[in-house]
Design a protein. Structure first.
Length: 271
């Protein structure tokens, strides 16, 4: 299969962002992509006020535009993330659509981005969003994929659970900033790829130095051996790569860490 990582510029105009995303999805489709991935909060600025102002329910404008793009271009669309309203709450949500436009997965960000780095970034998503509580996987004819959002990648346990449930790649729409990005972005994607023996795919918005929250960019894909297969720079760009799921199986045969007895670890803890 061929995956397209769409590192797009994001503005304050939701309709313009969605229109631009659909144009880029179509462009990736003409270049043979079977699946496209958009950034976290591709439809609005990354700030709490914008999340609340642009929130909409499942089936709204953003949702229908992504479903239509999947259907029109006959490919899988991992819709980055959007502010989803449901039952009086807001969630940071990623929807996945099949080539017929049907929804096949929904992930609500489990670990909200609440940080206060001394001399660096302070941001609290929990001021606006409620956390999700589900592990998210979806199946395609190519293989099984896991899905999480940005800060979720810092929690190794969720990746191991997805790997144990058969995930061969985990997709991570994300918005690391200029404090955490240079320090941890590549490190985390390579580390999760190695310790869960799968492909990791991270997609960021392009960098906008004038924004209140400056995304790091550097969208990336890593293989189960921890090698960086492709990596963007700071600007708008579409990356392409082709995961080899036979290679995932080969790595897991050679280093069978996923089949290790977890009881052994619990026994060590008790001693």
């Amino acid at each position: 299969m061929k995956m397209a990582l769409i590192q797009m510029s994001v503005t304050a105009d939701k309709r313009a962002n969605v229109s631009h995303a659909c144009e880029l999805i179509a462009r990736a489709g003409t270049e043979g992509a079977d699946m496209v991935v958009l950034p976290e909060m591709f439809c609005c600025a990354y700030e709490n006020a914008a999340f609340a102002a642009n929130a909409e329910p499942k089936g709204g404008f953003v949702y229908e535009a992504l479903a239509g793009a999947a259907r029109e271009n006959r490919l899988y669309v991992v819709g980055g993330s959007m502010p989803e309203s449901d039952g009086g709450r807001l969630y940071n949500t990623s929807f996945v659509f099949a080539p017929d436009g049907s929804e096949i997965a929904r992930h609500r960000k489990v670990h909200l981005f609440d940080i206060n780095v001394e001399g660096g970034q302070r941001f609290c998503e929990s001021d606006t969003f409620s956390p999700g509580g589900s592990l998210t996987l979806f199946d395609t004819p190519f293989g099984r994929f896991g899905l999480c959002i940005c800060f979720d990648i810092r929690f190794q346990e969720i990746f191991r659970l997805m790997a144990l449930e058969g995930a061969q790649a985990v997709i991570v729409p994300a918005a690391f900033n200029m404090t955490t990005g240079p320090a941890h972005w590549e490190l985390l994607f390579r580390q999760r790829a190695v310790d869960s023996q799968l492909y990791t795919v991270g997609v960021s918005a392009a960098r906008d130095e004038s924004a209140s929250y400056v995304a790091y960019g550097n969208s990336i894909a890593c293989d189960p051996w921890g090698r960086v297969l492709c990596r963007a720079d700071a600007g708008e760009e579409i990356l392409f790569f082709e995961p080899d799921f036979d290679y995932v199986a080969s790595i897991r045969r050679q280093l069978p860490i996923l089949s290790a007895r977890r009881e052994d670890l619990y026994e060590l803890k008790r001693k």
